[in-house]
Structures are given as structure tokens and as C-alpha cells.
Design a protein around this ligand. Structure first.
Ligand SMILES: C[S@@+](CC[C@H](N)C(=O)[O-])C[C@H]1O[C@@H](n2cnc3c(N)ncnc32)[C@H](O)[C@@H]1O
Length: 272
């Protein structure tokens, strides 16, 4: 996991950058701050290494001439088109019931943003300190957006390893309607053609992969299923369409899409 990273900013955003530096330090990341004259496309081309930058739009991850943040404002169009009927994730997670939901693998938070928009009350758990700080910044900025404010009011962020968080919830006899899992999946990367195509479309995922461990060291999240089943009446796992089951465990039900599927595990004996 990245524990040292450079943070570029322009002098007018120095104070905010220093705040990010302090927050990241408290989460175990050593940030070297550099004030530069202009954070423009040329600058990013000339500085292709993985780094952070801070500008008027908050905190960004940058590398290879690209910038990325969990850009929740850019998701508004998609949210406005989404409905309980049109979204497979809505059926898989039974969002019509406005469930309490733990998303134990937050990432960029896009799935959770959609689920919160469609009615879920979401606890979003992420263990990566840089990703978590990016998420926190997106959450904060979304609070001042006329459309997103109501949506993010239903999202609570937790910086933790989900295994620890789920164990803690089980010890306190907490039960939620849904635990949602979307762990990293290396087989996607073995198909280089598919990944290249995907990466051109999804530069966000490309940058996310640079931040997270390589294939060999990747945590596939198999341990999370059993822990999730202790507190979630329904556990929903997002998988690439042809991927093996999480923890090799056959689900009770599946929803199949073109690129991905949702596997659901029901615990009928769990009551709140
Ligand atoms: C594929 S991404 C999830 C993408 C997400 N569904 C979205 O819509 O952006 C997986 C994320 O889960 C996080 N993760 C994996 N295992 C975790 C764990 N045990 N605890 C907390 N976060 C975890 C990784 O750091 C990564 O950010």
C-alpha cells in the first residue's frame, strides 16, 4: 500500500493542501507537499508519476497525465436516469425497501451513491487511507450540491478494514438489511485486451489499480463473505460476469448482466 506520496498544489490552495497533508498523516500516509506555478495539462504530462494534487475542485489522484477523483457530481446525470426498475443493483439489493446497507468495499463510492439515490441508507467502508481521504472530500463537496445533498445525507463514511468493522458489528449484535461486496478481481486483468478497452473508457479504474496492490498481493475479499453473512440479512456480491464465486460459495440467487453479475446470499434466520 502507498505510504509516501507527493501532493502538488498552487499557492492559492496551499492551506487546503496542508489540511489534506495533516489528515493523511493521521492515517499513516507521509505526504511531501510541493507548491507549483500552474497545475495544468502540461504539468501533468511532465510529471507522470503517481501523486496527489489539490486545486479549486479538491483532492485528486494523478498519474500518466491523468487526474482522477471519486467525482460524484459527474454522476448526477446517471443518477437522474436511474430507477428501481432499470437498475439490476436495485433488484439485487432490494432497494425499493429502503434498506440499511453496509458497502464493505467502497472504492470510488459510485455503486453506493446510486444505491443511496435509490433509497438505501449506506455505511461506506474503505480501508485505503488515500482512497478514503478522496471519498471524504467528495462526500463533503457533494453536501453543497443542490441535487446530491439529499443523497449523501444517506451516506456515512467509515475508515476501517471491513473485516474488523464487520466483526465489531457482529459482536454488538447489529443486523443490517444488506451487506454489499465488490472486492478487486484479478482475472479481469488477465484478459489484457478487455482491460485495455475498459481502461480507455474508465481511466478512473486505471488510476485506482495503480494505488491498490498488484495481482499477486491482491486481497480478493474471500474472508469478507462469512463475516458479512453474520450481520447481513442479504449479502450481495458484485462479480465480473464469468468470475468464480466469492469464497467458492454458491449463492442463493443471481442477477446476470452483460459485464457483471450480482450473487446474493440470504440469511433468513437473521432478525434485527
Ligand atoms: C473494486 S473496488 C470497489 C468499487 C466500488 N464498488 C465503486 O463503485 O467504486 C474495491 C475497493 O474495496 C476496498 N477494499 C477491499 N477489501 C477491503 C476491506 N477488507 N476493507 C475495506 N476496504 C476494502 C479496496 O481498497 C478498493 O477500494
Amino acid at each position: 500500500m502507498v505510504s509516501d506520496i507527493r501532493l502538488y498544489t498552487e499557492s492559492e490552495h496551499l492551506e487546503q493542501a496542508q489540511q489534506f497533508q495533516a489528515v493523511l498523516f493521521s492515517r499513516g500516509v507521509h505526504v511531501e507537499l510541493s507548491t507549483v506555478e500552474k497545475l495544468n495539462a502540461r504539468f501533468f504530462r511532465l510529471n507522470p508519476d503517481l501523486a496527489l494534487c489539490c486545486d479549486a475542485d479538491g483532492l485528486w489522484l494523478c498519474a500518466n497525465g491523468m487526474k482522477m477523483q471519486p467525482d460524484w457530481k459527474a454522476e448526477v446525470g446517471r443518477l437522474k436516469r436511474a430507477s428501481l426498475k432499470s437498475e439490476m443493483i436495485a433488484r439485487a439489493c432490494n432497494l425499493g425497501e429502503k434498506p440499511s446497507l453496509i458497502d464493505a468495499t467502497a472504492g470510488l463510492g459510485h455503486d453506493s451513491l446510486l444505491m443511496a439515490h435509490l433509497g438505501a441508507h449506506v455505511t461506506l467502508v474503505e480501508r485505503h487511507p488515500i482512497l478514503f481521504t478522496l471519498l471524504e472530500d467528495s462526500h463533503r463537496r457533494a453536501q453543497s450540491d443542490a441535487f446530491l445533498a439529499n443523497v449523501v445525507a444517506r451516506i456515512q463514511l467509515v475508515f476501517s478494514d471491513s473485516a474488523d468493522y464487520l466483526i465489531q458489528q457482529a459482536e454488538q449484535n447489529h443486523v443490517v438489511d444488506v451487506v454489499y461486496l465488490d472486492p478487486m478481481f484479478p482475472q479481469r486483468d488477465q484478459n489484457q485486451q478487455a482491460v485495455k478497452k475498459q481502461a480507455q473508457v474508465k481511466k478512473q479504474m486505471q488510476l485506482l489499480h495503480m494505488l491498490l496492490p498488484e495481482d499477486g498481493e491482491m486481497d480478493l475479499g474471500d474472508n469478507l463473505l462469512e463475516l458479512a453473512q453474520k450481520i447481513g440479512k442479504r449479502v450481495v456480491v458484485k462479480r465480473p460476469r464469468l468470475a468464480v464465486f466469492l469464497a467458492d460459495k454458491q449463492p442463493n440467487h443471481q442477477w446476470q448482466g452483460d459485464a457483471c453479475r450480482f450473487d446474493a446470499y440470504f440469511q433468513h434466520d437473521l432478525v434485527a
